[in-house]
Design a protein around this ligand. Structure first.
Ligand SMILES: [Cu+2]
Length: 190
């Protein structure tokens, strides 16, 4: 049951998160280039890519391009059979499904020196959770740890009940005193 609830929460969070896709500019300020030997593997490693996110390649179209390739072509830097080729210099690719998106530059030598990136979408929940969705983590924890707080609640109730009992007792005493005073049982100083 708890797992089912947790999964439902996660799915709900995922759908909410995917509806508001983020834009990731590959290489950040450096963009898509061979200059400075940007480590695109490191760039992608700490990102929590989700369906609906947009992968943006910004580069000088006179020197580079973006090809989506298979895993094999990615690994071997084979530029001969891309699934898709982008060359506008500012290409935004929307992630539609989970899985790997392999991109490289087909200009000779560029992939070999590291102008390639593996966008991993999904299957990253555990490692990605701490970094990207700080707002998503808190909502998921209360349901899971819902039992401990409920166990703690009974402890709070007795103290609240005793406080109510005390105030009732005080009220009762005051009422007795007031009645006693009214009927002259207690001599009031004059
Ligand atoms: Cu290039």
């Amino acid at each position: 049951m708890d797992k089912a609830v947790a999964i439902t929460v996660l799915v709900a969070l995922a759908s909410v998160a995917s509806s508001s896709g983020e834009v990731y500019k590959v290489g950040d300020k450096a963009g898509w280039t061979t200059l400075g030997h940007v480590n695109y593997t490191a760039w992608a490693a700490n990102k929590n890519f989700k369906v609906g996110d947009i992968i943006q390649f910004v580069y000088n179209k006179d020197f580079h391009n973006v090809a989506e390739v298979s895993m094999e072509d990615y690994k071997s830097c084979n530029v001969g059979s891309p699934k898709a080729l982008y060359k506008s210099g500012n290409d935004s690719i929307t992630i539609k499904t989970e899985g790997h998106y392999y991109f490289l530059c087909t200009v000779p030598g560029h992939c070999a020196v590291g102008q390639k990136v593996d966008i991993r979408v999904g299957n990253l929940a555990p490692s990605a959770a701490p970094s990207s969705p700080p707002e998503a983590a808190p909502p998921s924890t209360p349901p899971t740890e819902g039992t401990p707080p409920t166990g703690g609640a009974p402890q709070a109730q007795p103290s609240g009940a005793s406080a109510t009992a005390e105030s009732k007792a005080v009220g009762f005493l005051l009422a007795v005193l007031a009645l006693a005073a009214a009927f002259g049982g207690i001599t009031m100083p004059r």
